[in-house]
Design a protein around this ligand. Structure first.
Ligand code: LLP
Length: 449
């Protein structure tokens, strides 16, 4: 009986779940009220490398990449480098068998310099410069996504017909999804892609097919960001298969690839919904097979481009408290040594975050405070109405989870504060990947006065 009870008892929550936030799966309480990630204390790592510090859990990145490969064994999974890229990140995703989606010559060059195989790279961009296209050709990137009429002729002119360039055409299916209007790209009225409605997509496809140097491999769409429902992706499959059928009927070609972009949402707060990858894999694969069978079309190879869902949950930002200000109206402002220059997302999109004290045990009650940055702007608020111990004081360390995507990659030089250092943690060891940016770095770029 006892045995049965034990066997069928609900599994104890994993330590990371018990922490009540979107922490990496490796997160555990550590000695001295520290929080271990990848077997290393966040406070200990912050003492070693200074703050603000971004800590990346290598195991979390790898296991998320592996989960995509497992869920979609027949698809191609490209990590969207815009979420965050450095040479180590490029190594991890390459080793896990993913390709890479880049959207600038900077991302492209960094990845190839790190040894990422160019054939597994896809280049995006709504305004690729002639130099970018030339670099992409010179490095022999696997695919280029066409996102404008001018690009078709420009790229064709760079290509010798004996070594055609594989391209996809980015289309707008007219599907609204995503967390904020600023990142909604599946609908008209924004700068990306060729709308299907009205015929722009069909025209672009016809023009690409006319270029002997361009090999049209398929269609691409990207709906938006931080999407947690599956329905928009299923609608995108429907819309893109309809277009594949039109292309077959009009031009007599069946395109072998269908790229559904990224936009897979993660948890920022403990109760948030998140993108269900296994369910996505089953339903999208199934829907694609059904729609293709209905139209007597060969099933194209699926491509997905997750960025946030791979990098986001693997990152933790660690800040030091610089001041605590209690105002007469009852608000408390806890100011830290980073802010909108390392994480512009709250100011840009009103994005919510959770935050936790690390490295000191507090028995004080909970207080509602605003965690603010150190920049000269009232909107520089990192976490509004955070619940933290009432005795927070300068010198304390605060850790913000789900910090791995679109923070460092959107970091700025505001107030010459300098971008934070980045450390990787794995198997109980921490190593510095990127050093802190100093004012000397800013000065070094000056060449006149
Ligand atoms: N593919 C394309 C063509 C994209 O434009 C993007 C993101 C992705 C893939 C990856 O999307 P993900 O899976 O990471 O959502 N700065 C905003 C996000 C902008 C995303 C731009 N494109 C934010 O901080 O929420």
């Amino acid at each position: 009986m006892t045995q049965l009870t034990v066997r069928y008892a609900p599994a104890a929550p994993a330590p990371a779940d018990a922490l009540g936030g979107p922490w990496p799966a490796s997160a555990r309480p550590g000695p001295g009220a520290d929080l271990l990630v990848g077997g290393v204390g966040l406070a200990e790592t912050a003492e070693r490398f200074g703050t603000p510090l971004y800590v990346l859990d290598e195991g979390e990145v790898r296991s998320r990449a592996r989960a995509y490969r497992r869920a979609l064994p027949h698809a191609e999974v490209l990590y969207a480098a815009k979420a965050f890229l450095c040479s180590a990140m490029a190594d991890w995703v390459a080793e896990e068998g993913l390709g890479l989606d880049v959207c600038s010559s900077g991302e492209l060059w960094l990845a190839v310099s790190a040894g990422f195989p160019a054939q597994r790279i896809l280049l995006h961009g709504n305004a690729k410069s002639p130099e970018e296209l030339r670099l992409a050709r010179r490095l022999r990137v696997g695919r280029i996504v066409i996102d404008g009429q001018a690009e078709i002729a420009r790229l064709a002119a760079l290509v010798a017909a004996d070594t055609p360039q594989k391209v996809l055409v980015r289309v707008v299916p007219g599907i609204a999804a995503g967390h904020h209007a600023a990142v909604r790209t599946g609908v008209g009225g924004q700068k990306f892609g060729f709308p299907i409605e009205g015929g722009d997509a069909a025209d672009a496809i016809a023009r690409v097919l006319d270029q002997p140097g361009l090999e049209l491999a398929g269609l691409h769409c990207h709906l938006g960001s931080q999407i947690t429902e599956l329905e928009p992706f299923l609608q995108a499959v429907d819309a893109l298969v309809r277009l594949l059928v039109d292309v077959r009927d009009r031009h007599g070609v069946e395109l072998p690839e269908l790229d559904l972009g990224g936009g897979h949402g993660i948890k920022y707060l403990p109760g948030d919904a998140e993108f269900d990858l296994p369910e996505f894999a089953v339903r999208v694969t199934d829907r694609l097979a059904v729609r293709c069978a209905e139209a007597d079309l060969d099933v194209p190879r699926l491509i997905v481009e997750p960025g946030r869902a791979i990098a986001g949950p693997a990152g933790v930002a660690v800040y030091r408290v610089l001041s605590v200000k209690h105002s007469a109206d009852g608000r408390t402002f806890v100011a830290v040594d980073g802010g909108m220059s390392d994480n512009p997302r709250p100011a840009l999109y009103g994005s919510p975050y959770s935050v936790r004290l690390v490295g000191r045990k507090s028995d004080a009650g909970a207080a509602r405070v605003d965690v603010v940055g150190r920049h000269c702007e009232a909107g520089d608020v990192l976490v509004r109405d955070a619940v933290l111990p009432a005795d927070l004081r300068p010198g304390d360390l605060l850790a913000v989870p789900a910090a791995g995507a679109y923070q460092l990659s959107m970091a700025s030089g505001y107030n010459l504060v300098g971008r934070p250092a980045v450390a990787a943690v794995k198997d109980g060891r921490a190593r510095l990947l990127i050093r802190r940016e100093t004012v000397e770095d800013f000065r070094l770029r000056e060449v006149g006065r």
